[in-house]
Design a protein around this ligand. Structure first.
Ligand SMILES: Cc1ncc(COP(=O)(O)O)c(C=O)c1O
Length: 478
């Protein structure tokens, strides 16, 4: 029988590397092996502990309170502020929306006002909690239009949202004006700082220009910040902070309506692994303010170097100058962005394609970490070579028959036969002898095909795809 740990190592070979600073989405690399060692050991030590009951595992309660305390200092929180450790950005956002809805039982049809660039987690929250998302177009600089958002607030509005920064474009919304408009109507204002919340405060301390967005801004009632992003903590933690305890109250859930223990939760989860909490606490203890200031300086030095190298490539440009550590690139008509992405991936640099949306064409997303700095020269070479190779290859064209096939489909009723038909028509995704889908290695053709589909069709096709991927496998039987 194979050693499961050996097998794990082999399986992991198929994944993107989480270290090495070359994976510019999904993971955040400090570049410091000591940070990883501490995180790994803390996760292992607490993998079996359960934060469900703080009286049974008081050490986890203490770690959570210390993490929230650290974040309060970072985010200019007032003395009355409180917070909760959640499992990730999406859960923090779900809870912010649920709490805002449940604080207003008088509103029959609750609505929340979102800039068009708000993270998809708010759409998930709208779907889960029956809160209508009122989407307000952003300005030409991709920042929320505060005046239009103010105009969109009505008596059914339970929440107004701003991003610091937005994921897709990496810019900070005008939080001061948005929060003031919300406060003037007595409405909660949530700042989604899931991706920027741990770097922007240090960037400001290092003297970079950071627009105001923390609790120092009047009217901001809650902030989400993900520790499993730029706190360089292991996956599985985010923080949701409220300006005071009364704002958090509706987030709590208790049920004594059954014969077992009284369920008492502050998050959507009940049993919660102690692993990510201990891992996050240990990393934050280890790095502290000085460590984070240093890592933030490195991440921004890498951003500056990447921006300079993009400016040297005539076929590339920044979609907008970054406010944070996220860089968004677009290409001119000589360079296909999806082919460029594949070329970079083939040279060991994972960058994330973003499909066309509204009036804007496709772009390429880079979440830049401290660990990238040591390799920026390599990235510059890879980018130069990838541009030449992608221009030589030319754009990927989607077959007219495939476009017609997609246009004839109805996303609301897309079934297995339609999906099979599309796979056959496009010839893009292979199937193994058992009929399992095989993941494509080059994605340009797949992305080009999705790019011509409507957002509703993209959703339907990707759900069908995921449904095919998630099928029982029997390898674990040994
Ligand atoms: C601004 C923003 N909000 C929310 C999220 C969702 O976070 P998670 O993937 O941890 O659920 C992200 C993730 O990148 C983000 O960038």
């Amino acid at each position: 029988m194979t050693d499961p740990l050996e097998r794990l190592k082999a399986l992991q070979g198929a994944d993107l590397p989480v270290h090495g600073g070359r994976t510019l989405a999904y993971v955040y690399d400090s570049g410091d092996p000591e940070v990883d060692r501490i995180a790994r050991e803390a996760v292992a030590a607490y993998a079996g502990s359960n934060a469900l009951d703080p009286t049974a595992f008081p050490s986890l309660l203490q770690m959570e309170n210390e993490l929230v305390g650290f974040a309060c200092g970072l985010l200019d929180a007032p003395d009355d502020a409180v917070g909760t450790v959640t499992s990730g950005g999406t859960e923090s956002i779900l809870l912010a929306v649920q709490g805002a809805r449940d604080a207003r039982p008088d509103v029959v049809r609750p609505r929340m006002v979102l800039p068009a660039t708000a993270h998809a987690a708010f759409h998930k929250a709208a779907h889960y909690f029956g809160v209508e998302a009122v989407i307000v177009p952003v300005g030409p600089d991709f920042r929320a239009d505060a005046r239009a958002m103010a105009d969109a607030i009505d008596e059914d509005t339970v929440l107004v949202v701003a991003s610091a920064p937005s994921y897709a474009h990496g810019v900070v919304d005008p939080v001061t004006d948005i929060a003031a408009a919300a406060a003037a109507r007595g409405v909660r204002c949530h700042v989604d700082a899931c991706i920027g919340g741990w770097v922007l405060p240090y960037a400001a301390r290092l003297g970079r220009a950071v627009p105001p967005w923390t609790f120092a801004v009047e009217g901001v009632t809650s902030i989400s910040v993900d520790t499993h992003k730029y706190a360089y903590a292991p996956k599985g933690t985010s923080l949701l902070l409220h300006r005071d305890g009364s704002l958090r109250k509706p987030q709590f859930f208790a049920s004594a309506a059954w014969p077992g223990y009284t369920m008492l939760n502050a998050t959507t989860q009940s049993t919660r692994s102690g692993g990510p909490i201990a891992g996050t606490w240990a990393v934050v203890q280890h790095l502290g303010d000085n460590g984070y200031a240093d890592l933030t300086g490195r991440a921004f030095a890498a951003v500056d170097a990447i921006v300079a190298c993009v400016e040297r490539e005539p076929a590339l440009h920044l979609v907008v100058a970054p406010d944070s550590t996220l860089v968004t690139l677009a290409t001119d008509e000589t360079l296909d962005p999806f082919t460029l992405t594949d070329e970079l991936v083939s040279r060991g640099w994972y960058v994330q394609p973003q499909l066309s949306y509204g009036d804007h064409g496709p772009s390429i997303h880079l979440s830049v970490s401290a660990g990238t700095l040591a390799h920026v020269q390599d990235l510059a070479s890879a980018l130069g070579e990838s541009v030449v190779a992608a221009q030589a290859a030319g754009p990927v064209a989607v077959d007219a028959g495939v476009v017609a096939f997609i246009e004839a489909l109805d996303p609301a009723t897309l079934g297995d036969d339609d999906f099979d038909g599309l796979l056959a028509a496009s010839g893009l995704v292979g199937a193994s002898e058992q009929g399992d889908l095989e993941l494509p290695t080059r994605m340009a053709e797949v992305n080009a095909m999705l790019d011509v589909a409507s957002p509703a069709m993209r959703e339907a096709l990707l759900v069908a795809f995921l449904d095919r991927l998630q099928r029982p496998a029997f390898g674990a039987r040994g």
